[in-house]
Design a protein around this ligand. Structure first.
Ligand SMILES: [Zn+2]
Length: 139
């Protein structure tokens, strides 16, 4: 059953985040890395993947500020934030909450990205009702 196969993967990922270790799954066929980890490879569809440890560091690809309808009080309590696409140093791209800037810096950040500047990000896991959520923060 799918649930029985994915639960240990999700647990290892979140246990890792809580300890500052960032696990992904690397496809043994094409080498693509899934982060956060999935059961199968989304690049080629292969079923065989293996655990790899990522540095946790990445770069921002885009940045948007939350609108009034999707501004989350539990995130706001941690500081200014937005949402962004992050490319990990090892390659995989995923969307995360990004701390360290909000609406006022949105246009500046996107102008810098458009000009080709690299804006690094590192993990900022936050505690939420007994579980950890992986967010990122500007370097
Ligand atoms: Zn693959």
């Amino acid at each position: 059953m799918l649930k029985d196969r994915i639960e240990p993967i999700v647990k290892k990922f979140y246990d890792g985040v809580a300890k500052g270790t960032y696990y992904g799954r690397k496809c043994t066929e094409c080498g693509a890395i899934e982060f956060p980890p999935h059961l199968m490879c989304n690049a080629c569809g292969a079923r065989q993947t293996e655990w790899v440890e990522l540095s946790g560091h990445g770069k921002l690809l885009s940045f948007v500020a939350p609108g009034i309808q999707n501004d989350k009080p539990y995130l706001k309590a941690e500081g200014k934030y937005g949402y962004g696409a992050v490319q990990m140093d090892e390659g995989p791209i995923y969307t995360f909450v990004i701390f360290g800037a909000g609406k006022k810096r949105r246009d500046d950040i996107n102008s810098r990205l458009k000009a080709g500047e690299t804006i690094g990000v590192h993990p900022k896991p936050i505690q939420r009702n007994g579980w950890v959520e992986l967010c990122f923060e500007l370097d």
